[in-house]
Design a protein around this ligand. Structure first.
Ligand SMILES: [Zn+2]
Length: 133
């Protein structure tokens, strides 16, 4: 089922049913229509609230080692020359507070020291939360 097509049909069905029920019950078609539209919009509101809650429970990126930068404050860096891994270059981030650099790969977030090898930092657990490596 295609939700892009099903949702307008769901919305119209709820609005029409609300108007008919409101008129039949004596509350008025406009009040019934309004109630039907609110019922139709409720899945969108619930999905948005769930999305916000999931963002707090399992953020896209973990906090920086310094503890002063959260997942919204990282700066995305341009890919390094020669980064041509399969599936695209890995995403690199920099903490604006302490200038630590990180590389993100699916399920992993590792520190990139200015010299030396990559230092494992955090990885996803099976529920998608971040855990120290
Ligand atoms: Zn930092």
């Amino acid at each position: 089922m295609n939700l892009e097509r099903a949702y307008p049909a769901w919305f119209a069905t709820c609005a029409i049913a609300g108007a008919l029920i409101g008129k039949t019950m004596g509350h008025g078609a406009i009040e019934g229509l309004t109630t039907g539209m609110l019922v139709a919009a409720s899945p969108i509101v619930l999905l948005a609230l769930g999305h916000v809650a999931m963002g707090f429970w399992r953020p896209v990126l973990p906090p920086c080692r310094c503890g002063r930068c959260n997942h919204r404050q990282y700066r995305l860096e341009a890919p390094a020359p020669g980064d041509t891994a399969a599936g695209g270059a890995p995403l690199r981030f920099r903490c604006p507070k302490c200038d630590r650099r990180y590389v993100f790969s699916p399920g992993r977030f590792d520190e990139l020291p200015s010299e030396g090898p990559v230092v494992p930092y955090m990885r996803h657990t099976k529920w998608g939360r971040w855990k120290l490596s």
